[in-house]
Design a protein around this ligand. Structure first.
Ligand SMILES: [Mg+2]
Length: 356
């Protein structure tokens, strides 16, 4: 049976939250900045007004300042964004039994068992948008489609504050004229390679025999050909990886002075620990991320025998995991800590002696 899937995506999430917090920023270009110091900071998010000047996420702050010197620049306030996100995810979860958080401001909802048709799915989407708007004063965009890929492309189709419905009958009309870059998983490089085969649009893909894409891209070619044809069976399910609490930071300057690195890590550890406490969670896996000066990135993790809530255990394991890299001559640029394998703390069981 055909599914009905919603992809809900908040509109310029961080920048919209900053606007909500400061009413005088309405209609103004707002740029949220990530990073410790002028020279190394990047744009974490920008409002639609700032995008008109050519500012995009991931751009160095200095470039953004040249393009849009009059914007309001705000340091990223991750605690505020996380708190807002978790309230929004709670609203979304209530509308489905199959839910998948994709990122801080994006989720899939399989609503097949909750609605009878696309009309009802549209009604539900309006309601969801309305609730988020009323409770959080933020707008979102929703794509409604028979699978995740089309729903994701659809949610971006009428941003901000839009709803785009792509029924199975309309899927081809919707997909065919789009440039290949719109397909999730087709980055700049793949798009370039596709162009060499004379492929620019999704229609160009489906007019080629599948075998040509498979020969050129292997397994990825199968995926590209399938999604171009509107075929995507991946289920909506919360992945283990997303069920984690993490925090990362770019160092003020690249260093291999481990005293400094540990000093930076301490508040991060305190923060991820505090978040497990506030959400009443236990964790079993502790992970680290390191990015070196040449942008080479590594991750390591340790899974414990049993779940815990101990800050001390995070400290010890982070140190243990980092040991491997302490002789590394390359300097470190970025560090992060991640807790995963989470489960809710159980309510303390009444002690047995009460009953005997
Ligand atoms: Mg978004």
């Amino acid at each position: 049976m055909s599914r009905i899937i919603l992809h809900v995506d908040m509109d310029s999430f961080y920048a919209s939250i900053e606007k909500r917090e400061n009413s005088n920023l309405e209609y103004q270009p707002v740029i949220v900045v990530q990073g410790p110091k002028e020279g190394r900071s990047v744009v974490a998010a920008c409002s639609y007004e700032a995008r008109k000047y050519g500012v995009i996420s991931g751009m160095p702050l200095q470039t953004a300042k040249k393009l849009c010197p009059d914007a309001t620049y705000k340091d990223a306030n991750h605690d505020l964004y996380e708190e807002t996100s978790s309230r929004i995810m709670d609203i979304l979860r209530k509308h489905t039994d199959k839910f998948e958080k994709v990122s801080i401001d994006e989720a899939y909802l399989d609503v097949t068992s909750r609605v009878n048709n696309y009309k009802e799915a549209e009604k539900m989407s309006r309601k969801i948008k309305h609730i988020i708007k009323r409770k959080e004063k933020l707008t979102s965009s929703i794509g409604i489609a028979p699978n995740k890929t089309i729903a994701k492309i659809a949610s971006a189709n009428q941003k901000p504050d839009g709803i785009t419905i792509v029924t199975p009958e309309k899927a081809k009309i919707f997909l065919n004229p789009l440039p290949v870059e719109k397909l999730p998983g087709v980055g700049k490089k793949t798009a370039q390679e596709l162009r060499k085969l004379g492929i620019k649009t999704i229609l160009d893909i489906i007019e080629k025999p599948k075998v040509i894409l498979v020969e050129r891209f292997g397994k990825n070619g199968v995926w590209i050909w399938n999604i171009a044809n509107g075929i995507d069976e991946t289920p909506v399910e919360e992945s283990e990886d997303v069920k984690s609490i993490s925090r990362e930071i770019t160092l003020e300057e690249d260093t291999n002075n481990w005293m400094i690195i540990y000093k930076v890590l301490n508040p991060i550890i305190v923060d991820v620990h505090r978040r497990t406490e506030s959400e009443n969670l236990l964790f079993r896996t502790i992970g680290i991320t390191l990015t070196f000066e040449d942008f080479h990135k590594i991750t390591r993790s340790k899974t414990l025998q049993k779940h815990t809530s101990s800050n001390q255990i995070i400290q010890e394991n982070v140190r243990q995991l980092l040991k491997e890299f302490q002789q590394e001559p390359k300097k470190i640029r970025h560090v992060g800590v991640r807790l995963s394998n989470l489960k809710p703390k159980e309510v303390a069981e009444p002690s047995l002696d009460k009953y005997i």
